[in-house]
Design a protein. Sequence first.
Length: 496
Amino acid sequence: MILSYYDLIVIGSGLAGLYTALNVNRSKSVLLITKAELSISNSALAQGGIAGELKHDDAAYERHIEDTLLAGAYMNNMSALKTLVYESSDNLNNLINYGVNFDRDDNGEIMLTREGGHRERRILHAGGDATGREIIKSLLQLVVHKENITILENTMAIDLIINNNKCFGVSVLHKDKIISLYAGATALCTGGIGEIYKNSTNPSVATGDGIAMAYRAEANINNLEFIQFHPTAFYKKTEGAKFLISEAVRGEGGYLRNVEGFRFMDKYHHLLELAPRDIVSQSVYREMYDTWSDHVYLDVTHLDPKFLRKRFPTIYQKCLDYGVDITNSLIPVAPVEHFSVGGITVDIFGKTTIENLYANGECCDSGVHGANRLASNSLLECIVFGRRIAKTINECHVTKNIKNFATHEITLSNFNYGDIRMQIKEIMERNVGIVRKKENLLNAKQVIMKIKADLRNDARVCKAYYEVVNMATVAALIIDAALKRKDSIGCHFRID
Ligand SMILES: Cc1cc2nc3c(=O)[nH]c(=O)nc-3n(C[C@H](O)[C@H](O)[C@H](O)COP(=O)(O)OP(=O)(O)OC[C@H]3O[C@@H](n4cnc5c(N)ncnc54)[C@H](O)[C@@H]3O)c2cc1C
């Protein structure tokens, strides 16, 4: 049953949304809405792991901070970064208490791995290479049984309800109704923007809805030019989300080779294959260009096959499904869009610039990542700031802004806007990818503005319409941000 008022509405069922909702006291009512099924999210696909320190250790925290700063080109917000790292221990232990089974060695100790940019082993993983799936599975079991949390699946948030820079809730598309839902606080946990690129590791729900909604509500949006491209997605020509080959594979000793078989990372960085992700992606791009190829190879054939099958069961099986036995063959890989570093500006309490509106996870810009995210810090960001948002909600005594929730019956269109969606993806892939220049950005801007204008004249009430409008909105924001930043830094690389 939908109530007329909630203490908190959480939008999104990835790690940011689930962990925020779970940390809210039982005395507060929470509505969790999600666009598809509960289990569909970037979080559920996370492979490599979650970074952090299990034990309180100031020296270890400082080294983690230093690695994050190096990866982020020192553009990180120091107070947010300190919060992220210093609160990692409590939150990781909290995940263990929630039932997450991180992988352990024969002595029962939690195993740690390394990924690009980490100078030491500090990444916890679960299910071998299925960390996200395992975390989400544990949290979902708790969320569905917590009596103060109401869940609405297959429900799309369309727009925030705003008056005088204050958020009162959200309008959603639920079955064939548009419903206005009211709450004391609303948290955007809507994830990434991968769907606006032709090649991405993200699932198709990642259309940047939260960022577009916040933008329409006039919240601050920041650093959207920093789009992280993962250097090693399985290379295949067919359309659709690309399968990620986790950086942990390089962390455990994998080599990158160009199509001529030459191991090349020593030309670019002293950390070789474990250089920060932006450097590896740009190096791979360069090698592909120099060898006239659209991919390079990841080589793990020198590693023990038994270890590979045990440590990377998902990757081993998926590659086998694609016809590549990684224990004896090279894995074809290429960079694809992976993570949005920027987003809705939030402070260290997850507060946006709009009163009663919070944001957490990939849709927000907490400042922890700077100009480029250090691997495995994003899952950590979801839990650290999720708990902070929950704490604020637990402590606040809001006066209820009750209005009876309004429902409008509508006639849904089944138009799918597929052509426009593909047009946006192609233009972004071609012009706003790893390597950028002014001329291409301006061309992209022109096309996206035309698409936005056309969409205004061809509005039909359906999920596909709201998604494609959001995609065009976020694409325009990314292009504007990329045009403004004329220098190369972090994962924004200008060749002009
Ligand atoms: C393949 C892959 C591997 C990764 N590996 C790692 C890793 O090893 N370590 C790491 O730290 N990070 C990793 N990442 C990044 C990390 O998974 C994400 O940054 C993080 O999980 C984001 O969590 P989130 O909760 O913010 O968003 P998501 O997990 O993407 O969740 C967003 C949710 O919002 C919902 N939603 C979106 N729009 C709407 C709307 N309009 N209305 C209602 N609901 C909506 C979606 O359906 C979804 O449920 C990986 C990402 C991918 C794609």
